[in-house]
Ligand binder design. Sequence first.
Ligand SMILES: Nc1ncnc2c1ncn2[C@@H]1O[C@H](COP(=O)(O)OP(=O)(O)OP(=O)(O)O)[C@@H](O)[C@H]1O
Ligand SMILES: [Mg+2]
Length: 304
Amino acid sequence: MLRRIMASPPLVICLGNVVMDHTFRVEDIPQPPAKIAARSYTIGPGGMAANAAIAVVRLGGRAAFWGRVGEDLNGEPLAEALAAEQVDVSGLRHVPGGRTPVGAVLVDPRGERTIVSFRGSGLGTDPDWLPLARIGEAGALCCDPRWPEGVAAAAAAARAAGVPVVLDGERSETRLLVDLVPRIDHAVFSVPGLANYAPGRAPEEGLRQALASGPVRVAAVTQGERGVLWMAAGDDGATRTPAFSVEATNTTGAGDVFHGAYALAIAEGMPVARAMRFAAAAGALRARDGATPDRAAVEAMVAG
Ligand SMILES: Nc1ncnc2c1ncn2[C@@H]1O[C@H](COP(=O)(O)OP(=O)(O)OP(=O)(O)O)[C@@H](O)[C@H]1O
Ligand SMILES: [Mg+2]
């Protein structure tokens, strides 16, 4: 096992959402609604698990994306875009009659964004076609909660194979997160995601609830410019890994890149505190540049 990891970079399987993102840079998001001109426009792959997969490759790992797109105008270009990023898309299913998730992202001059998203339709929930036999090749599995049946199946296979599972605990229904968290090893929430998971609880209490819910080893919440608050099983209290100070231009996807970087760090065997710092640097660079950084940039930031 060790020899194989040393011979080639570790594989991170990213399972969940891929979205065709249309990003518009605007002066302002007007109220009341009006016609406005965009300063610029880009189109490209987004979605939590897809962004995480791209981050894994940029940071020197190997990535495979497992998920679904529709056989529509957006499906094939998304597959091509992921493949162009060197992400293995053999586990990306093109579903006949399905409609691919799409996002409209409005970014203001401060880098803050408003997102309209269509979550897709007719993509099917049955995970039976997933190539679960391949899970043993991976150093980590990184999931988002947009395809819970897929997470449940892949996480069970990963656990059986001794592969650590990271969940991006993003904004989702409470019952869904409560069901998924006990199936995984590293629960890394966003602020709204943790509020959905543990409504009305202080962040540290929410993290404790996740650790107590099952074999969860690490629970964390990413808090943007405040960095990440995390706790490992057996810890007395939570630890804060501060954010790296950057001037943000576009915070879209910083959390997704954080998760990809964290999963790769775990796959490489980094201790949790180091993995948090590594991932925080990757998230900060993504927020600064609006683009996913490479390994050298992240290492330089971590080194200070
Ligand atoms: N403006 C910023 N400055 C420095 N670091 C940042 C900034 N925004 C994000 N980060 C880093 O990236 C991590 C993840 O970002 P954040 O908490 O905003 O994710 P999120 O809420 O899941 O958002 P999204 O999924 O939309 O990217 C943070 O914990 C932090 O370490
Ligand atoms: Mg997020």
